[in-house]
Ligand binder design. Sequence first.
Ligand SMILES: *[C@@H]1O[C@H](CO)[C@@H](O)[C@H](O)[C@H]1NC(C)=O
Ligand SMILES: *[C@@H]1O[C@H](CO)[C@@H](O)[C@H](O)[C@H]1NC(C)=O
Length: 315
Amino acid sequence: MTAFFKALLLAHTASLAFAATYWQTDSHTGSGFLKAFRFEAISDPTHGRVKYVDSATAAAQNLTFASGNHFVLRADSKTTLSASGPGRNSVRLLSNKQYRNGVMVFNIRHMPVGCGTWPAVWTVGSNWPNQGEIDILEGVNNQGPNTVTLHTSSGCSMPASRAQTGTALLNNCDVAASNNAGCGVRMTDTRSYGSIFNNKGGGWFAVERTDSFIKVWFWSRAATGMIPTDVLNGATSVNTNNWGTPRAYFPNTNCPISSKFGLHNIVINLTFCGDWAGNAYGSSGCPGTCIDYVNNNPSAFTNAYFDFAWLKIYQ
Ligand SMILES: *[C@@H]1O[C@H](CO)[C@@H](O)[C@H](O)[C@H]1NC(C)=O
Ligand SMILES: *[C@@H]1O[C@H](CO)[C@@H](O)[C@H](O)[C@H]1NC(C)=O
């Protein structure tokens, strides 16, 4: 082999080995979340029975709480609501920074559960749906497993068969095609959502976004030996090549990812009832009607909280 070809081969091997290595740019834990995110005291565009509060109200009512490596975000679980008044106090956070390509890893100990709850960890661009939306962790009424969904403008669909362990629901990501359902992938692991997620101590959700694909992984904290070391340790660099088949895989085959997805903010929100949780309420085996339940059973929301250990972002 000539030196030239050896050099070529080496360069090629190196580029393969490093192709999926990312370096940590952000690391948030405990009160760090309150510096990286701002409160959005807005009305819920999905018509939830919620009142998103500002940071002062959240702190006064202990709806956000930071200590050591705990960041807790919760709904009010003390107040009985008047049917004619505003919805249940809760929190919606928006990241100060915006991101395009890279990796995000969320280490979560506990997620909100209970009838009427609709928690979500997701990323979204301005001028929805033109800059796209990626729902990483989302569900309603304690009905798992977790569903990962993309929402886009027209001209983005997913191949029916692709390299993922989850189950594709709809394949057209265009919000206009199916009443805003988007293209969802339901995970098969029951530990990825709700009470089972919590009982196992939670776990890690990771998303990798490039111009060619979006991939989402989940590892339960109980999956000892299966969690990649870089994820487990929140390492300063991660290599997604070692993470195995993703739970959800969205390739750019019939979806120009780089133009359908723009700069995104991270959103963490917890709403009640509304377009999804409200409509699915009865079929989720929940009592009475969603709005009555949210109004009149404050103590049912004691477990309607997130506890984040950390969020790390890589580029
Ligand atoms: C809450 O999260 C879901 C996540 O997909 C989103 O559709 C909904 O608009 C959000 N509601 C608010 C008010 O943030
Ligand atoms: C606030 O919430 C945290 C987390 O759930 C809890 O540990 C703490 O005791 C609460 N503080 C008050 C004053 O209730």
